[in-house]
Design a protein around this ligand. Structure first.
Ligand SMILES: Nc1ncnc2c1ncn2[C@@H]1O[C@H](COP(=O)(O)OP(=O)(O)O)[C@@H](O)[C@H]1O
Ligand SMILES: CC(C)(COP(=O)(O)O)[C@@H](O)C(=O)NCCC(=O)O
Length: 403
């Protein structure tokens, strides 16, 4: 596709000045809309010539992350409009009117809400395949961002050093509303090998019905305080307090999630919402961990990276998934998590701007000791991330406009 200069460099009047805005990418999922946008630092980069090429190849700035509930898409569109981010797209050569500004977008909502977004923001969504974007985003993070992946064992988070020459193959498990399991063999080389509809949407949907929680965070917080043993039937409950060691089950292993509810002669109201939330979270996390391991086993994959906003960096979720993977693999396989867990698709869509000649990505960091220099998608990327990144709000970045 031929590209004119970025629309962001024309007629901006809003919050973010013309000199600051670069690209915007969206991932509109079943539950959440993920927004990634780049704001360049004041004064960074050089001038843009008539053909849209930058004389200085690198713009320095920050990559920002935001998310909104998909059901509140209007809030998201208002956010984009208030920051004038919608002007940060690109245009076809033949575009004559402003409604031809294109914004990279992925996820089912890129189809579902295309007309609404065109009507409200006057931009056209340039759709990228969701699985492509998840893999591109994962590879990008794993290769270019320092301390992105970590294990979570016995309450301890440990960052994993990624050896770029020994990254593939791996299993990517994206736990969004539903769950996709993707075998990744390289940049752009992958196969979606499995999935399950019992995912984040199930936890939030069932949890809402069972506990009357008003928000996902409330449900998660509630689960933190609960005790699943009140509702789950343990091996010991069946075996009179004993373990069933012959088949590797301890007395405290869950024999049947929610199983106690069949014999307790209780109504839902007799259970504490926190115990229900805990059992539900454990059941779903455990199930995903187990299915993931079985799929890893099918293809002999040792590394499993879990992503998606279901995880939310939540200790109990990560612990349950880790234990499930470790239990079923007898310690052979390891669950790993990503700091930017929910933004893989949006990052993948962002990275795809470079396929249109609109700026290869160069990430870079100002703290020299954490500098890494990677080849990503055939391009050299130097990446640095602020060590003070604590709530995944931004990464220091450089964007190079195509030569
Ligand atoms: N604020 C939130 N509102 C709703 N769901 C949330 C929230 N935070 C985390 N979640 C969880 O994350 C899931 C969505 O994850 P995500 O990776 O964004 O998938 P999708 O692309 O399907 O929206 C939800 O189903 C829910 O389990
Ligand atoms: C259809 C989806 C790819 C959509 O992605 P999402 O919005 O859930 O992130 C995902 O929900 C999924 O993989 N569901 C599982 C379907 C299945 O394999 O049974």
């Amino acid at each position: 596709m031929d590209v004119k200069k970025p629309a962001s460099q024309e007629n901006l009047n809003g919050d973010e000045s013309e000199s600051q805005i670069s690209h915007l990418a969206l991932d509109i999922g079943g539950s959440l809309i993920k927004v990634v946008y780049f704001l360049r630092s004041n004064g960074s980069g050089g001038s843009v010539d008539d053909s849209g090429k930058k004389s200085d190849p690198v713009l320095e700035g920050r990559l920002h992350f935001a998310k909104f509930e998909t059901s509140k898409i209007n809030d998201c569109l208002e956010f984009i409009r208030s920051k004038n981010l919608h002007l940060a797209g690109f245009r076809h050569h033949d575009a004559s009117a402003s409604d031809k500004t294109l914004i990279k977008a992925t996820g089912g909502g890129a189809y579902k809400f295309a007309d609404l977004i065109k009507e409200k923001l006057g931009v056209v969504l340039d759709k990228e395949d969701e699985m492509d974007c998840l893999v591109t985003g994962a590879n990008f993070l794993l290769k270019a961002v320092h301390q992105e992946a970590f294990t979570y064992v016995d309450g301890q988070k440990e960052f994993v050093q990624i050896d770029q020459n020994d990254l593939y193959p791996y299993l990517l498990v994206n736990i969004g509303s539903g769950v996709s399991m993707i075998k990744v063999d390289g940049d752009g080389k992958f196969e979606r090998i499995s999935g399950t509809s019992v995912g984040g949407g199930t936890f939030w949907g069932l949890g809402r019905l069972l506990t009357n929680c008003k928000s996902f965070d409330e449900l998660l917080e509630l689960s933190h305080q609960g005790n699943n043993r009140v509702i789950d039937m343990l091996v010991g409950d069946i075996y009179g307090g004993s373990e069933y060691s012959k088949i590797g089950l301890t007395s405290t292993n869950i024999a049947s999630s929610f199983g106690k509810a069949i014999s307790d002669n209780k109504e839902l109201k007799d259970y504490k919402p926190e115990d229900v939330a805990r059992s539900l979270l454990r059941m779903i996390s455990n199930n995903i961990g187990q299915i993931s391991y079985l799929n890893a086993l099918r293809f002999g994959l040792k590394r499993i990276f879990f992503a998606g906003f279901f995880i939310r960096g939540h200790a109990y979720t990560m612990d349950t998934i880790s234990v499930a993977v470790s239990f079923w693999s007898k310690g052979d396989a390891k669950a790993m998590f990503l700091r930017h867990e929910g933004f893989l698709g949006a990052l993948g869509a962002f990275v795809s701007y470079e396929n249109h000649g609109l700026g290869g990505l160069k990430t870079h960091q100002s703290v020299q000791q954490f500098a890494v220099s990677k080849t990503y998608a055939g391009k050299k990327i130097c990446c640095l991330v602020n060590e003070d990144l604590n709530d995944n709000e931004s990464i220091d970045f450089g964007v190079a406009f195509a030569a």
